[in-house]
Design a protein around this ligand. Structure first.
Ligand SMILES: [Zn+2]
Length: 178
């Protein structure tokens, strides 16, 4: 756990940064296929234009996820930034949320002590797609390269091979009929 006094943190404009290993973040680890990975984070406190305390959080990291298309692991990078406004209680949180009309900003209720490790892990989890996939799966890449190679061969001899095949087909078809 990484505990801060979130209101004081914002009031004093404090900043913190660190790196968490994937093995320290059980919920995030559960989404990954190996222990290898880490999350770098920065947290800055301040005041939002609406004069409510505001935390700005960035997370950046690398981890191994399972591709849902070809079911092989691949390296995934997360990078995200978010703004979180703080409220002393739930009612105030709802009021701030309603007055902002900005879905990008999250408003949360926090007490005197606040565990930022949970906040960092939540942010990292949000940055992982629901159904993670390679941009191009290795198998598809391979078959695309094969198709390329095939296209090149065909270009070099456009009709010769095809003609042979048709002739051969006719002959053998005739033979089987008789
Ligand atoms: Zn894949």
């Amino acid at each position: 756990m990484l505990i801060i006094d979130a209101f004081a943190f914002c009031r004093n404009g404090e900043q913190q940064a660190g790196t968490l290993q994937l093995t320290e973040l059980a919920r995030l680890r559960a989404e990954c296929v190996s222990d290898a990975g880490e999350v770098e984070w920065t947290l800055a406190g301040g005041m939002h234009a609406s004069s409510h305390p505001e935390l700005r959080l960035t997370v950046k990291g690398t981890m191994q996820l399972m591709c849902q298309r070809c079911l092989t692991p691949f390296v995934f990078q997360i990078q995200s930034e978010s703004a979180i406004l703080l409220a002393q209680d739930e009612q105030l949180a709802d009021e701030i949320d309603a007055s902002l009309e900005d879905d990008e900003i999250e408003v949360i209720e926090v007490g005197k002590t606040f565990d930022i490790m949970t906040l960092i892990e939540d942010e990292a989890l949000l940055a992982i797609p629901l159904s993670p996939k390679h941009e191009v799966c290795p198998k598809e890449k391979l078959s695309a390269e094969k198709l390329d190679a095939f296209a090149k061969v065909k270009k070099e001899s456009p009709f010769a091979a095809l003609k042979d095949q048709i002739m051969f087909g006719k002959t053998s078809a005739g033979k089987t009929k008789n």
